[in-house]
Design a protein around this ligand. Sequence first.
Ligand code: SAM
Ligand code: SF4
Ligand code: SF4
Length: 474
Amino acid sequence: MNWVTKRIWPRLSTKSVSVAIAIELDIGLMTQESQGALDAGSVGVLKGPLLAQCEITEACNQSCYYCYNHWRPSRSGQALSPELATDIVNKIADLNIVAIALTGGEPLLCKSTVDAAISTALARNLLVSLNTNASLLDRKMIEQYIAHRVYFLVSLPSSEPHTFKRITGSDFFPLIIENIRTIAHSGGMITINMVVNDLNVHEIEDTAHFALGLGVTCFRATPVSPPQHLLRSQNVWGLSIENYEAYFMAMNSLRRHSTIRVGTLGTIPFCMIPDWCQDIPSLYLGCTAGRGIVTVGTSGDIRPCSQADFSVGNILRQSSNDILNALTPWQSREYLPNRCRECAEATRCNGGCRMFAAHANGDMKACDPRMTDPVATEIHLGGTTNDSHSGKFGGECISAKPHVRWRREAHGYWSVFSGDYYDILNESGMKLFRYFFVDGHVLPNEIPPRLGQFVGYFLSRGYLTEPQKSEDDL
Ligand SMILES: C[S@@+](CC[C@H](N)C(=O)[O-])C[C@H]1O[C@@H](n2cnc3c(N)ncnc32)[C@H](O)[C@@H]1O
Ligand code: SF4
Ligand code: SF4
């Protein structure tokens, strides 16, 4: 399977590695599931999804105007009991999924269900994240979840109280800020997610700096994905194409001038991302619906992603095999738009967001409206900034973050999952990853220059502890 090595990571030698690995490494890394050539009939390398988003309740104590929950604004209130949550989490683990995100609605409206889901997930060795607006937390809960290594993903649409209120309709701003600060200062793993729209696009940098000031080191700015109810309404803010430019400029500026790690949680068509953003690999997420991720609703219905308003099966009523079979069209990229089949990035980008396309055009196989033109050659991600050179890493030890998970996949490949992102490695790549980052720690000056790019990429995807940046890098 040498085509993988040829495409992104050229043959790398470890001769200069000070720790002795007496093998020539042929490191292969596929961002998500790049397969070389598009074969419409083929299923991917992944044996099944890695992450399940588990919706604890449909109810919420905020009313963010853009919320993608498909049941809004017509219905709300259905919730999982602790017993049902336990059943669902066990079924999720039976699918060999490695991580679970508890979401909703606002999951903490049902704390006993969240707690039951967490203890079942931990018993099944799943990485657990809690996707919350953070309004219902208190110090005791925060300490309890940190002790269980729960990863917090907290929504914060603005650092400006006025904008926050306009977007969410809530008065929880001071409470949320205090809870974010408590999580960060108590050593909790936390990512802030800012959903970006025309109203707050010019507040991205301020919000990121504000988050950094609270002690947060990981910041996601996710372009709003318009749910159907939003597209029907004339009086709400999407993210206009003109404002995408402001979005990319803000991300680029943060990447260069701030120590906070930036990226997105949403799918942006690769062809619309300016080439000066290529050293922010975390912007190139691609669509992973039904392949890397699935969503399980409060009745056990499985959807390919949280934004999908249809189900493909039910986890409580169907066997694991039936569910994996039902996801096959997503694995084999049946919904890839015809125009994208010629694109060199089709297997990583997957044609942008399928639900964006469906909601805008009424057809899941339509082009993502933000798409420009198929790209001729694969985009080289990462590696153009200082942190691709070992000499530029700071003095601290680099090691794998404790929440990193990995799984053996088909054809000798491995998936590694950071909580936000996943990548596919061949055996040699996995050997290096495990040697350096799992079995031990590595000092930055032990990283040979030719492996610096590999390390820089993995830092940007959240697998590794961040070394201190030197003054020169800022
Ligand atoms: C539906 S919320 C549920 C969890 C929790 N209530 C919260 O807001 O974090 C899940 C995630 O989706 C994000 N989100 C909501 N609507 C969105 C949209 N239209 N486009 C992109 N992300 C969205 C939220 O910021 C949050 O990170
Ligand atoms: S807090 Fe979360 S679930 Fe509630 S309306 Fe906002 S995005 Fe939707
Ligand atoms: S042409 Fe399609 S597959 Fe290629 S980058 Fe654009 S949206 Fe993605």
